[in-house]
Design a protein around this ligand. Structure first.
Ligand code: GRF
Length: 228
């Protein structure tokens, strides 16, 4: 199944570029129907245009509240034919307005092993805490910040006295690889999402044949345990 993607960005767009490159090379069976940004100066918009992908600038400041901003995003995404969403450095918290329009089909990439270090500058948070291993997570998005069922994680051991920027630079290719591997497994029909087993529980995500892996990661441990 060719994944019909919408990608939301706010900045540089290297994860978006990884998606576009993987689509172009045939590594990822997907088509990017729309790249939308809440910032006109997001570098990723230029990349998208250069790749011939439709773009939209939707300024959150032009809307009275989050819900109306998200309604506009949903309308643009639906018009463009997007069925799955990737938040690729999208710096706005999303609510039910957006999530309910794409139920169980909104992914986020975050540069830490969640639930450790959600929020801004996860790399700096990891260094400040003094962990020896960090990594990245691809997860389904719920209404929490960097929160929701984990699809795949990849781990990276920290180098002694590594700077925040060095760590971020080493993590980025791992993020790209994990995101593409996860999307491709979804495109292949390997992901199932089952409702929570009990009220207030978490949806159960499973990949046929085991969770996606990213080349270059430390020996990975993916959740949920026992997923097949
Ligand atoms: C990445 O580190 C991603 O994990 C986080 O925001 C950053 C976006 O980078 N959510 P880019 O715009 O994809 O280069």
């Amino acid at each position: 199944m060719t994944l019909a993607l919408g990608v939301l960005i706010s900045g540089r767009g290297s994860n978006l570029m990884a998606i576009l490159d993987a689509v172009a090379s045939g590594t990822l069976d997907a088509r990017v129907h729309l790249v939308a940004s809440n910032r006109a100066d997001a570098g990723g918009l230029e990349h998208a245009r250069a790749a011939g992908v439709t773009t939209a600038f939707v300024d959150h400041r032009a809307f009275p509240d989050r819900a109306s901003f998200e309604r506009e995003l949903v309308a643009r995404l639906r018009d463009a034919g997007a069925e799955w969403l990737v938040l690729a450095g999208f710096m706005r918290v999303v609510t039910a307005e957006l999530l309910d329009a794409f139920p169980g089909r909104v992914l986020n990439i975050h540069p830490s092993i969640l639930p450790a270090f959600p929020g801004l500058d996860a790399q700096a948070q990891a260094l400040a805490y003094g962990v020896t291993v960090t990594g990245c997570t691809v997860h389904l998005v719920d209404e929490g910040v960097d929160h929701g069922p984990i699809l795949a994680q990849a781990a990276l051991a920290l180098e002694p006295s590594e700077s925040r920027d060095d760590l971020a630079a080493r993590l980025l290719p791992l993020e790209h690889a994990l995101l593409i591997a996860t999307l491709q497994r979804i495109a292949a029909g390997d992901l199932t999402v089952e409702p929570p087993a009990s009220a207030g529980g978490r949806p159960q995500v499973r990949f046929r044949g085991g969770a996606p892996r990213a080349a270059g990661a430390s020996e990975p441990r993916f959740g949920p345990r026992g997923a097949t």
